[in-house]
Design a binder for this molecule. Structure first.
Ligand SMILES: CC(C)(COP(=O)(O)OP(=O)(O)OC[C@H]1O[C@@H](n2cnc3c(N)ncnc32)[C@H](O)[C@@H]1OP(=O)(O)O)[C@@H](O)C(=O)NCCC(=O)NCCS
Length: 192
């Protein structure tokens, strides 16, 4: 198993590390994503979406995504951040760019860090490790989408060099919401 260890962040009480997701991590990934939506997207996404059966939906999605027919190859399984007890506290899912009119060859599909761990360097570490994996697949340019009103995530992407290039509505559980696209035309800058 590939594991990348990190020193204890100054303000955190526990060490953390990165490892690749396995098939049986689908529930933990779904939990982190569901908590992330409910903690960070209140007022951005409609309440009926956030208060619906989100966890069940995300478990179904991630069980399929991590199955052999789910689309991620062995070298494309998400990267997870785990705390000292092995609990999953963040993840990054990525791969080839999805149906875009842009010419980028890689996309981050999802990036989530548990709220209690925000600001401890996990988001940057997940992006860096993801960029390294994509560069190893000979992909060179990165695109990702964020909800237009997710101002905190947008500020993070801008802080790590993302350039705003597009705006489009996407469907979230039956609701159309505006998203914005950020690009890193030279992904090597993120893998350093
Ligand atoms: C966005 C998110 C992944 C960032 O992860 P994080 O672990 O909190 O970020 P980090 O601690 O790695 O921050 C890395 C750098 O970005 C900066 N940064 C983080 N959030 C920022 C913000 N909102 N505004 C400006 N800078 C920010 C940090 O100060 C740090 O800077 P430095 O390395 O130069 O000192 C995390 O906040 C998150 O999971 N949010 C909720 C879910 C979400 O919105 N996901 C994105 C969906 S598109």
């Amino acid at each position: 198993m590939t594991r990348v260890n990190h020193p204890i962040p100054a303000a955190a009480t526990e060490a953390w590390s990165l490892r690749r997701a396995r098939k049986d991590d689908f529930g933990a990934i779904a939990r982190v994503q569901t908590d992330g939506w409910r903690d960070s997207f209140r007022g951005v996404m409609p309440d009926n979406v956030l208060d619906g059966p989100l966890l069940e939906d995300h478990r179904t999605l991630w069980r399929r995504m991590l199955s052999s027919r789910g689309g991620f190859g062995d070298d494309g399984h998400p990267w997870l951040a785990v705390d000292a007890t092995g609990r999953v506290i963040g993840f990054s899912a990525y791969g080839p760019v999805r149906g875009s009119s842009w010419s980028h060859d890689a996309e981050i599909y999802a990036l989530y860090v548990e709220t209690a761990w925000h600001g401890h360097g996990l988001g940057r570490a997940l992006v860096r490790q993801t960029a390294k994996s994509l560069l190893e697949q000979h992909r060179t340019s990165l695109l990702l989408w964020a909800l237009e009103d997710n101002l905190k995530a947008r500020a993070f992407y801008e802080h790590i060099g993302g350039k705003l290039i597009d705006r489009e509505a996407h469907n979230f559980g039956g609701v159309w919401l505006p998203e914005v696209a950020y690009e890193w035309p030279n992904m090597a800058q993120l893998g350093e």
